[in-house]
Design a protein around this ligand. Structure first.
Ligand SMILES: [Zn+2]
Length: 329
């Protein structure tokens, strides 16, 4: 049975809000919470279309709350950086006064024993507000809204755009050969697949076929590859700040042409080779994780490298073949 691996890419994204959500966000900066009339009910947050019937709504906005009643809740004992509070809190459905549906938000009570369905809560506003749902830092027990620190007031301009973190999750099938290639790295071996027809060698096993001959390559096509090579191309990445970025200094990804083969490993990490010393022609050798401490390294484009940590200068003189720079793949 095919094994799948699930991956999630998250990235910062800016979206335009439109007249209804924009008005909601603008009001938040002014410490007001708006809903929209839909039939006899009031939806919070307001929407442009009725979520049940799909009918376009008349954008008749009304103020609700600010206090409300907790209808249901769940405790978050270990908040992550993606959560609204840095201490344990409850996520709760809060029916704001005047609304016909609950709003999901954080409730800060200190302990789960202090939360219950039916309890009354009110917003704790941030002192500095930008027109975002997080302008409400959280809800707190009681009837009266609070403000964290000095109240800086509303920015005074309509809120038309919102920054948020988008996420895309996808699954990829993992060919058996890819698992075998990673297993080989535990024994400090690099394996490839040699096409019996054209004799081209493919590395990594995540694409176990020869695209030229349209031929699937099985275990019998497996060959051991050299673990020394020559640097043919490189990229220096200047890290920019975004959520999840852990690199702080410029770092390199290099292309390595393995000795006596046509195989180029792409976007590989380097070890003990400073960014300003990197150049085409550097002779390199593989660096492995200790056998008793296997790791799962990935190339700069996410290809599994197993216990191959990267490449380090071998100390040999540079190679001077002018054709090296053309060896990209
Ligand atoms: Zn072939």
């Amino acid at each position: 049975m095919t094994r799948f691996v699930e991956s999630t890419i998250t990235f910062p994204y800016k979206r335009s809000l439109g007249p209804v959500t924009g008005a909601f966000m603008t009001a938040l900066a002014d410490k007001r919470i708006l809903g929209v009339r839909s039939g006899s009910g009031v939806l919070v947050p307001p929407m442009e279309w009725d979520p049940v019937s799909g009918a376009e709504l008349a954008a008749e906005l009304v103020e609700v709350g600010p206090a409300g009643t907790v209808e249901a809740w769940t405790w978050v004992p270990e908040p992550t950086e993606a959560h609204p509070l840095d201490r344990p809190f409850a996520f709760a459905f809060i029916r704001l006064d005047g609304a016909s549906v609950p709003l999901l938000h954080a409730v800060d009570t200190g302990s789960p024993a202090a939360v219950r369905a039916g309890m009354r809560v009110a917003p704790r506003w941030r002192g500095r507000r930008v027109g975002h749902i997080t302008d409400i830092a959280c809800f707190v027990p009681g009837e009266d809204a609070q403000v964290d620190g000095p109240d800086a007031g509303a920015p005074g301009q309509p809120v038309e755009l919102m920054d948020y973190t988008a996420a895309v999750t996808y699954s990829t099938p993992v060919p058996e050969m890819a698992d075998r290639a990673v297993a080989a790295t535990r024994e400090r071996r690099l394996v490839g697949l040699r096409c019996p027809t054209c004799e081209r060698v493919y590395v990594g096993g995540d694409r176990p076929y020869c695209p030229v001959d349209a031929l699937e390559l099985g275990p019998d096509a497996e060959v051991d590859l050299p673990t020394t090579g020559t640097l043919t191309n490189f990229i220096v990445v200047e890290p920019v700040r975004y959520p999840g970025q852990t690199e702080t200094e410029p770092f390199a990804r290099v292309f390595v042409l393995l000795d006596d083969t046509e195989v180029v490993l792409t976007y590989q990490p380097v070890i003990d080779l400073p960014v300003h010393d990197i150049h085409v022609g550097v002779r390199v050798t593989a660096v492995w994780a200790p056998a008793d401490a296997p790791v799962d390294t990935f190339s700069g484009i996410g290809r599994p490298m197993g216990s191959l940590l990267g490449w380090t200068p071998s100390g040999e003189p540079d190679a001077h073949d002018p054709d090296l720079v053309n060896r990209i793949y």
